[in-house]
Design a binder for this molecule. Structure first.
Ligand code: ATP
Ligand code: MG
Ligand code: FE
Length: 356
């Protein structure tokens, strides 16, 4: 089926068009620059930017795919989780398109969409950062989704019918931690690429920052959950102590050691899930996957454990419409009924609810 996907859960206005699992276009407009001076995504600004960007993005995606809107078999749209106001813009646009074109609509879960990104093999073949493994995604798989808004560990038994949340962050998202620590080091937003840059000259073993929720007593309750606020506080305290003592802050060492702590805890928990559930497959997704050290250590540890690692190209890891279209196409192919037009935006939509 030919499906147009609309994604507006955060600061990316994403429009993607797929035919089954073939990617035809993936237009992304980001309001990231507008949030830079606030050090994080401002919901109101993101929502207004979606209003400006949506129609041009739809036109661009349709032109690039070489189709007409009337050719579409369905519209798919992210209805949650995410920022309410931002989601509402996409949901409104999707409903309007569906009514105007008289096409079915599929309201889908953003996080499950991130997993669906893996299906778009067309782009994977000439993708910039794939793992060289272009065989179709097999089930079950463990998925680690890490971005500015989420840090979740999923057990995916079937993309369209059985996705279970194993754990998630109990405070900051991993990308948010990168952004906050960058700010502590007076580096600009977004922090992830900046931390990567300055970490190049640093020693990852220089400072032993805490790995959240990794003590036995925490593991008993929060085996697959993450916490990054203690790590952030620990970095802040380290920086303050140096400043109070009138000593220079070793920015490279702090960045490298902080990054090492994040990467270590993310992968330790993801691999624990693979081992516990006997699942020899790990899929990564979300904007933080751009992190070089995370990719490196993920490759090393999965190799050592005999686990197949899958990393979609970055343009499909960050928020995008193509992954939403891909999930919609899967729902259609599995014979699922379209959504009724009654759905709204659900900022806290649970992972288990794949379609609304
Ligand atoms: P959502 O949470 O809805 O997926 P988002 O816009 O918050 O959306 P993305 O756009 O996928 O998330 O990713 C942005 C986040 O990824 C930012 O927090 C940014 O700091 C982080 N990031 C980007 N590049 C890197 C990197 N090289 N290392 C670590 N983090 C990175
Ligand atoms: Mg973003
Ligand atoms: Fe996302």
């Amino acid at each position: 089926p030919l499906v147009l996907g609309i994604e507006t859960s955060c600061d990316e206005t994403g429009i993607g068009i797929v035919r089954g699992t073939t990617l035809l276009s993936n237009t992304i407009a980001s309001s990231m620059d507008e949030h830079a001076r606030y050090g994080g995504v401002v919901p109101e600004i993101a929502a207004r930017a979606h209003l400006d960007e949506l129609v041009p993005a739809i036109n661009a995606a349709v032109a690039e795919a070489g189709i007409r809107l009337s050719d579409l078999d369905a519209i798919a749209v992210t209805c949650g989780p995410g920022l309410s106001g931002a989601l509402m813009v996409g949901v409104g646009a999707a409903k309007a398109l569906a009514v105007a074109l008289d096409k079915p609509i599929y309201a889908v879960n953003h996080l499950v969409g991130h997993v669906g990104a893996d299906l778009l093999q067309g782009e994977l073949r000439h993708g910039d950062t794939n793992t060289g493994d272009t065989a179709p995604l097999e089930y079950p798989t463990i998925a680690l989704l890490v971005s500015g808004g989420h840090t979740s560990l999923l057990l995916v038994r079937d993309l369209v019918s059985d996705v279970e949340l194993l754990g998630e962050t109990i405070d900051d998202a991993a990308g948010e931690a990168f952004d906050k620590v960058a700010r502590l080091l007076s580096l600009p937003y977004p922090g992830g690429p900046q931390i990567d840059r300055v970490a190049l000259g640093g020693n990852p073993k220089a400072i032993r920052f805490p790995r959240g929720l990794s003590q036995p007593k925490d593991m008993a309750v929060h085996r697959y959950d993450f916490s990054f606020s203690g790590l952030k506080t620990s970095v802040a305290r380290f920086v303050e102590q140096r400043q109070d003592a009138g000593e220079p802050v070793p920015i490279g060492d702090v960045a490298a050691s902080f990054r090492e702590a994040v990467v270590d805890i993310l992968l330790t928990k993801a691999l624990a899930a693979c081992a516990d559930y006997g699942v020899p497959r790990l899929l990564l997704g979300g904007g933080v996957i751009a992190n070089k050290r995370l990719r490196e250590v993920a490759t090393q540890r999965t190799d050592a454990a005999g686990i197949v690692l899958r990393i979609p190209p970055l343009s499909l890891c960050t928020d995008n419409g193509a992954m939403i279209a891909a999930l919609g196409a899967q729902l259609i192919m599995a014979g699922h009924e379209p959504s009724t037009l009654q759905f709204g935006a659900d900022s806290t939509l649970p992972v288990g609810q794949i379609q609304v």
